[in-house]
Design a protein around this ligand. Structure first.
Ligand code: G3I
Length: 375
């Protein structure tokens, strides 16, 4: 009798172990629901796409983009220096490939960007003649906005036109076309792209002074009877100091203008910046010292967890304002593809995004989807 009982016990132990493994294996195989699916009733979930992904040469990245995101922004290929390198010379190839990829995969494209003081083609950068600048400005906006009208969902019409104090940034456009150039850019875009949403996009506009400048700019566009549909707060923040109160106040303030609010280039860096260390030590150059690149060999779990909490807090806030927030876009697919590995110091190892260098979800990914399940 005892032998039979012990045999049954042994068998049940084995059975439990096997079931446990099956369950674990099954759990590993059961795909977590995707970001775009979990937030489909709240806001679009997007990412920046680099040239390799647009040419579909990054199979792991492209797979993740198709599975996880329903919006994409070209990181660089629709910027003037690439798409419009000469008076009558346009390179539409990569932009067209992006539009085709997005169409095939039911993804919305936020085209980026029409007017920006940076990454201007050399033939524009040094222009002295006001008429030439005006001609370029009108040609560029009209050609691009009309070509992609109905093919892209939206445009970042003007990018980063403000200084930190909320005044208009000094640029060739302000200098040659005067302080109405932002309104004129939206007027031209509205005429050329009646089926496309038109946005203003900038960083630090959650900060009160710059936010006030952005509000004034939006009101100026609206007062001119010109269409502006939304504002993009870029969201390049440090995981250990996300300005939550400023962000919430900005969602409220921008929404009050009757426009969509989006977070368009979200990344939460985990590395120190040169300006964080007030050091007189001349050997502490910003380039290449260990202090500035502390996680070259891997991200400590404590830092990954801190970042996950920061992302969780952000998405909890976004969900609280889901009636006003229409898109959250990350500025890149995986940590290794982030601009923050090379800015402000080249050659560092940063970890700002939801997927690691092997395209695997990080704790931050799971903390973001947890906010959706807690809805
Ligand atoms: O493609 C060339 C390559 O051929 C060349 O060998 C290499 C070395 O010079 O440069 C490559 O171009 C670089 C490009 O990224 C593609 O990698 C440019 O030098 C580099 O300046 C460019 O940086 C981009 C930056 O904007 C400036 O345009 C970043 O990838 C991009 O993430 C960043 O994105 C901006 C947004 O557009 C606006 N908001 C801020 C955000 C971060 O700066």
């Amino acid at each position: 009798m005892i032998r039979r009982v012990s045999l049954i016990l042994a068998l049940s132990t084995v059975l439990l172990a096997v079931c446990g493994d099956i369950e674990k294996t099954a759990a590993q195989k059961v795909p977590t629901r995707s970001l775009k699916d979990l937030f489909k009733d709240d806001f679009l979930i997007g990412t920046a796409m680099n040239a390799r992904q647009i040419e579909e040469k990054d199979s792991a990245g492209n797979g993740l983009i198709i599975r996880q995101f329903n919006a994409v922004t070209p990181e660089n290929v629709m910027k003037a220096e690439i798409i419009h390198p000469g008076w009558d010379k346009y390179n539409f190839d990569l932009a067209d490939k992006l539009v085709a990829f997005a169409e095939r995969n039911n993804i919305k494209v936020n085209a980026h960007n029409l007017i920006w003081h940076s990454q201007l083609p050399p033939f524009v950068r040094n222009m002295k003649n006001t008429d030439s600048v005006r001609q370029y400005f009108e040609n560029h906006i009209t050609t691009l906005a009309s070509r992609y009208d109905g093919k892209v969902y939206s445009w970042d019409v003007v990018n980063e036109a403000l200084d930190e104090d909320g005044s208009l940034r000094k640029s060739i456009f302000l200098d040659k076309l005067g302080d109405d150039y932002v309104v004129e850019a939206f007027r031209l875009a509205q005429k050329a792209a009646p089926h496309t949403k038109l946005y203003y996009n900038d960083y630090n506009i959650e900060q009160p002074k710059k936010r006030a400048g952005a509000i004034a700019l939006i009101k100026r566009i609206q007062a001119a009877g010109v269409r502006i549909d939304g504002i993009g707060i870029q969201g390049h923040w440090r995981a250990d100091k996300v300005p939550m109160k400023d962000i919430e106040e900005s969602i409220q303030a921008f929404s009050a203008l009757g426009i969509d609010v989006m977070f368009t280039e979200l990344d939460l860096g985990v590395l120190p910046n040169p300006w964080d260390h007030q050091t007189a030590d001349v050997s502490q150059t910003a380039a290449g010292n260990e202090k500035m690149n502390p996680y070259a060999n891997g991200l400590p779990d404590s830092v990954a967890q801190m970042q996950a909490k920061a992302y969780k807090d952000l998405f909890t806030l976004f969900l609280e304002y889901k009636k006003n927030v229409t898109r959250i876009s990350f500025w890149g697919v995986n940590d290794g593809q982030s601009w923050l590995n090379n800015w402000p110091i080249p050659g560092r190892t940063n970890y700002p995004l939801l997927f690691d260098r092997d395209f695997k979800p990080k704790p931050a990914f799971y903390s973001v989807i947890a906010t959706a399940k807690e809805k």
